[in-house]
Design a protein around this ligand. Structure first.
Ligand code: C5P
Length: 237
């Protein structure tokens, strides 16, 4: 099992998937006694541009900017350069060797995570997109390649984390969305397919878990965070 010194408050990255900076701030204020790492994704970035990112960073917290850059190498390089002086800790990209290399060269102090296969994809979604590999093999292939190309880590489900941690070593950062409390069974009404609990993700080798709706839509977010953190502590080496 991997050894790490990540503080408990940074293990969960709360995904601020809301449509206004005010709502995002409300969630941060509610959670910051327990969580100091937040994810800004497409919805909030469209709603507030860099304002939310700057506000969270100025408050002393960490930000994962999850815009999943995918374009020709030069465009990705220029996009990464727009972000690399903002105090962002993690940014996400994906693509082939040339795209990843361009992003790595422009990353500055940020850590770059390559998206492997979305946690909302199952085997049938791969076939529907014309991909013949299994999810597990494609995630592993992309993670190995991302590491070789200089990426700091990957975004992957907790189901694939174990093989990556064992074969690719401790240097690779593994950040895991698709976290659902209490069950490792997929709910038909949920868009996420490759789900695990926070504890299972960490046990399998993830460094951080990304959690959105189970926390942001909970009546008592702190209670859910505390439960997940207990699960994480119990699952750490
Ligand atoms: O609400 P939920 O916990 O499903 O949110 C998961 C978050 O992680 C979302 O913001 C989603 O965009 C993000 N994400 C993901 N799967 C990936 C990469 C990012 O679910 N592979």
């Amino acid at each position: 099992m991997h050894k790490t010194t990540i503080p408990l408050q940074e293990r969960i990255i709360v995904a601020l998937d809301v449509n206004s900076p005010e709502l995002a701030k409300e969630i941060v204020r509610k959670c910051e006694s327990h969580v100091t790492f937040y994810k800004v994704g497409l919805q909030l970035f469209m709603a507030s541009w860099f304002d939310s990112v700057d506000w969270i960073v100025d408050r002393g917290h960490k930000v994962m900017l999850d815009l999943k850059f995918f374009d020709i190498p030069e465009t990705v390089k220029l996009a990464v350069e727009q972000v690399n002086s903002r105090g962002v800790s993690f940014a996400t990209i994906h693509g082939n060797d040339a795209i990843i290399r361009a992003a790595v060269a422009a990353r500055g102090d940020m850590q770059l995570l390559a998206v492997t296969v979305l946690t909302s994809f199952g085997e049938e979604d791969m076939r529907a997109m014309g991909m013949t590999q299994s999810v597990a093999d494609l995630v592993y292939f992309r993670a190995k390649k991302a590491l070789e190309l200089g990426c700091d880590g990957v975004v992957s489900s907790g189901l694939e984390a174990e093989r990556m941690r064992q074969d690719l070593g401790d240097k690779l950062l593994i950040v895991t969305p698709g976290i659902r409390p209490g069950a490792n069974v997929c709910d038909e009404s949920d868009d996420q397919k490759r789900i695990v609990t926070a504890g299972m993700a960490i046990r399998n080798g993830a460094n951080h878990v990304v959690v959105g709706r189970p926390i942001t839509r909970a009546a008592d977010p702190i209670r859910i965070i505390e439960q997940m953190q207990q699960d994480i502590v119990a699952s750490c080496p």
